[in-house]
Design a protein around this ligand. Sequence first.
Ligand SMILES: [Zn+2]
Ligand SMILES: [Zn+2]
Length: 344
Amino acid sequence: MSELRQNFSTKEWVVIATDRARRPEEMVRHRERKPLASFVANCPFCPGNEKLTPPEVLRVPASMDVPWHARVIPNKFAALSRDAQPTRTVHRTRRAINGFGVHDVIIETPDHSQVLALMPDSYVAEILRIYKIRYDELSLDPRIAHVTIFKNHGIDAGTSLEHPHSQMIATPVISLQVRERFQHALRHYDDFGECMFCQMIEEELEEQTRIVMASEHFVALEPYASPAPFSTHIYPRRHMASFGDVGGAEMSDLARVLRSTLARLYHGLADPDFNFTIRSAPAESVGVKHFHWYLSVIPRLTRVAGFELGSGMFINTVLPEAAAEFLRKVDVETVKDAVSAATL
Ligand SMILES: [Zn+2]
Ligand SMILES: [Zn+2]
């Protein structure tokens, strides 16, 4: 029989449709992925085309073999404008703020064909360090209330540019969804005197069935009430409210766990389209005891349809425990060796 499960942190219900449950390997969507060239002459993110982008905000400089490792630039087609003072207007039932916000693009590598899942861990760590530098800068801006870091990989995840990149949008308001999650966590802290996420991580590590991997500082797991097949969360094991709290050694460890998680999805599910996002405490709430930041990876294997839109409830056709077992078994290092041997 199917089961309804409640997400402990959002209170949302999910239908785990075991009656029509699919085996994890049935979720692989075999489709043509055309091989990408490592340089594309008219790509604005490829090296040599730096003049096609707005002036850069930050760069990880060159080394022996590359002109630069990564660049941060303002989004040319930004959703919000960075050169404004947020001004709120309220007129009877209508409330608005002018379109202030900061929308950065992080170009992750000069190589057009590269993917995070196959990069060396040290490169992924450089990208995460850039996230943190910009996250810290933007969080200190008095005009900013919340910073969202995210990546769209593939058409089904909403990207239009092939060149590997991620994005960051800082807004002058905190969305209702973020605010509500924060309040659920605060209520739990008031009721039980503990961080609900720390408690959940402890329970999951005891039970083991939904753990994908655990390292010294991080744990990757399939949430108990996962809304979509193979949604994977990466949590710091130490209590930290904000992504800005990650220390140097922890960042290297996070890079290893993130890269390994993406590689498990890449090899296990044939390079699925995916989004990831970092859910961190709002800028005003650094250091709080009740909220715990995490990174959420969502492969885009199914589509949201009428039931989801109408009810706000998702149907997941893969048991989180089966997804975790499947991802644990993907032999990331061996497959990686085979890939690099084939390209030599
Ligand atoms: Zn490119
Ligand atoms: Zn915690």
